[in-house]
Design a protein around this ligand. Structure first.
Ligand code: ADP
Ligand code: ASP
Ligand code: MG
Length: 410
């Protein structure tokens, strides 16, 4: 008998009909002799709707109350799925994060899981029930409701699988696996049979929202076998693996990720003296604004310019801070620009292959796409470009690195 944790995302539980279809899938899986723990998201669009309600009341809602609000979406779907399971004769029980006792730290809206109490779940499983657990939520030590950040149900599923030592954690979504890039942007994207944790972590952290970053981190750390599959059709999906598949001739670039959620800030005309980067980025960090890509350059007149990216939601605050810093440094100009995207090539093959960067830059040049910033790591190259070129850039790079699906009919 296998113990499997299955997670169904928003689209997969987006209507009563969809919830009933998921119930059937879960019940069939249990009938094969498996023990099943199901994690569900809120119905698609619901979390955004709830955030919208809050924003109608205030621009800066209390993070504690935000968590009380947005966690309700998942409470609806667990109850409905448990009812749908019972209706078809499959014993089931729903639990909120706090009821399971998914204990987190106190960072409302981006809490981290610290501990999970498995006893109650084990009792239910022993009694032959399917457990339906609310994704995305937990409780802090004082009993306050917390949430794990957008897309956090993936992390709930992986964390439960780790705590229960499940045989596999299956993430059911609206695509049938992890693709070379978002299949909604590039039609010729290919499903990958497998991808390493390391690559998946880069893909997720560079913007591929098919899995939440923390879920991948967690799965890598606790060695949870993780698979992404479609809830709409049968298929093998994509296995996230610890080891590279040495047997296969793999392309150097495994995938292309992109992120539209960042904005770029530049401060120019700063005196080029030791400590200026610290005097600029220190206060930004203290304001709890996360900085991503950073470029510094010296001009002919001996002054320096610092450009960096932050989440678009933080752009206004970062800009205000930079104006204060600019006054102190007697720097003349601060520029904020939300009209950018980050495009990243990811692949463990880059470790052993030179020339990936130059091929990337050449491809972008051939399409007259200007590169504004560049950053690299061992298995990734990232460029920042103007937002309107996103689709053109991703498609061109996808073709240039041989990732397009081959049309068998030709
Ligand atoms: P769920 O609601 O099931 O959690 P998400 O919307 O969070 O689903 O994630 C699935 C979506 O991720 C897909 O619909 C797809 O558009 C997007 N996506 C982005 N990059 C990729 C990729 N490389 N492979 C597959 N899907 C991707
Ligand atoms: N419902 C939450 C969100 O939309 C969590 C999730 O779906 O994973 O972000
Ligand atoms: Mg998701």
């Amino acid at each position: 008998m296998s113990l499997i944790v299955q997670k169904y995302g928003g689209t997969s539980v987006g209507s009563v009909e969809r919830i009933e279809a998921v119930a059937k899938k879960v019940a069939d899986f249990r009938a094969l002799g498996n023990e099943v723990v199901v994690v569900v998201s809120a119905m698609s669009g619901e979390t955004n709707r709830l955030i919208g309600l809050a924003n109608n009341i205030t621009d800066s809602p209390s993070p504690r109350e935000m968590d009380v609000l947005v966690s309700t979406g998942e409470q609806v779907t667990i109850a409905l799925l448990a009812m749908a399971l019972e209706k078809i004769g499959c014993p089931a029980r729903s639990y909120t994060g706090a009821q399971v006792r998914i204990l987190t730290d106190k960072s409302h809206t981006k809490a981290r899981i610290e501990d999970i109490d498995v006893h109650r779940m084990q009792d239910d499983l022993a009694a032959g029930r399917v457990l339906v657990v609310a994704g995305f939520q937990g409780t802090d030590a004082d009993g306050n409701i917390t949430t794990l950040g957008r897309g956090g149900s993936d992390t709930t599923a992986v964390a439960l699988a780790a705590a229960l030592k499940a045989d596999e954690c299956q993430i059911y979504t609206d695509v049938d696996g992890v693709y070379t890039t978002d299949p909604r942007v590039v039609e010729s994207a290919q499903r990958l049979d497998q991808i390493t944790f390391e690559e998946m972590l880069e893909m997720a952290s560079q913007g591929s929202k098919v899995l939440q970053i923390r879920a991948v981190e967690f799965a890598g750390k606790y060695k949870v076998p993780l698979r992404v599959l479609s809830s709409f059709e049968d298929g093998p999906g994509t296995l996230i693996t610890l080891e590279e598949d040495e047997s296969m001739e793999k392309p150097v670039v495994s995938g292309i990720a992109f992120n539209r959620d960042e904005a770029k800030l530049t401060i120019q005309g700063i005196p080029d003296t030791p400590g200026v980067a610290y005097r600029i980025l220190g206060p930004i960090g203290e304001a709890n604004i996360e900085v991503d890509v950073i470029v510094q350059n010296v001009s002919e007149d001996g002054t320096t310019a610092l450009t960096f990216t932050v989440h678009r939601n933080d752009m206004k605050r970062a800009e205000e801070k930079l104006h204060e810093i600019a006054r102190d440094l007697q720097a003349p100009t601060v520029i904020a620009d939300a009209d950018i995207v980050k495009v990243s090539l990811v692949g463990v093959g880059m470790r052993s292959h030179a020339g990936v960067a130059s091929q990337m830059f050449q491809t972008l040049a051939e399409h007259s796409i200007n590169i504004q910033m560049i950053t690299t790591s061992e298995i990734k190259i990232t460029v920042v470009i103007e937002e309107k070129y996103l689709e053109l850039a991703v498609r061109a790079l996808h073709t240039s690195f041989g990732l397009d699906v081959v049309d068998q009919s030709e």
